[in-house]
Design a protein around this ligand. Structure first.
Ligand code: ADE
Length: 247
């Protein structure tokens, strides 16, 4: 997959791409990453990318021309990319969207800055608007990084050792069960016995029940969509879960 990011802060991405899953994916040739400096598409001496809003008001708005030029340029590639703008008003990024985008050959992320982007960019230049949550960042760069990481985790071959984003919390529809490692006792806190006795069926049951318990306590909304069997339902009912009362 080729990921291109249009930004006025290309350096922003240097360090995150040198660590963790993104680095491994780049090193393995699974993703290719490029930044595109929006200022390279400006046409004035000052390399201007923003201007004052028509109608007045605080702050600056990103002008359409350099963005359209940059996107036009990147759309000439084959296959053409899906062009995504990061903005708090976009569709909320989740695992479903990440999995869908992990199948694309090319993605372009457009990072906005300042107080906004001329509306003609949204209506005439991009394919999709994505948000990473109900809060406002000072720019789309951090959001683009989040999106890149979560999408990359769904590309086959990125997570090694037979692990997969498909087993993570939320992908299974439930919060993941707790994990423990050595030592068996730490500051008086013991690892649950069931994990030490080597009985794989008991361990699987315990993990499933812990996953259900955590989801019930913290994100009961997820239970409505999760795939639950009879044992799951019985366990949840013992905790007090009433499906008809939920939501
Ligand atoms: N840009 C500013 N805030 C954002 C958010 N919450 N998600 C995506 N892009 C943004």
């Amino acid at each position: 997959m080729i990921i291109e990011v249009i930004t006025i802060f290309p350096d922003f991405f240097d360090s995150p791409l040198r660590a963790g899953v993104l680095r491994r994916a780049v090193d393995a040739g699974i993703i290719e990453f490029r930044t595109v400096n929006l200022r390279d598409y400006t046409s004035d001496r000052h390399r201007t990318t923003d201007d004052r809003p028509f109608g007045g008001g605080e702050g600056m708005v990103m002008i359409p021309e350099p963005i359209f030029k940059a996107v036009d340029d990147l759309r000439r590639a084959s296959p053409p990319p899906e062009v995504i703008m990061l903005t708090p008003r976009g569709e909320r990024l989740d695992n479903r969207i990440a999995r869908e985008l992990a199948n694309k050959k090319r993605l372009v992320f457009l990072c906005g800055r300042y107080e906004g982007i001329d509306e003609r960019v949204a209506s005439g230049c991009i394919d999709r608007e994505l948000s990473i949550g109900d809060y406002v960042l000072s720019g789309g760069e951090t959001a683009a990084l989040v999106a890149m990481e979560v999408i990359t985790r769904f590309i086959p071959g990125v997570l090694g050792c037979g692990t997969s984003a498909e087993n993570d919390s939320f992908t299974t529809g439930l919060i993941e069960h707790p994990q423990y490692t050595r030592p068996r006792e730490f500051r008086g806190m013991k690892v649950p016995d069931v994990l030490l006795n080597g009985n794989h069926r008991d361990i699987a049951t315990w993990r499933r029940q812990q996953s259900l318990r955590l989801t019930y306590e913290r994100r009961p909304d997820l239970l409505e969509k999760a795939e639950l069997d009879r044992d799951d339902m019985e366990f949840l009912k013992r905790l007090g879960y009433r499906p008809e009362a939920a939501g």
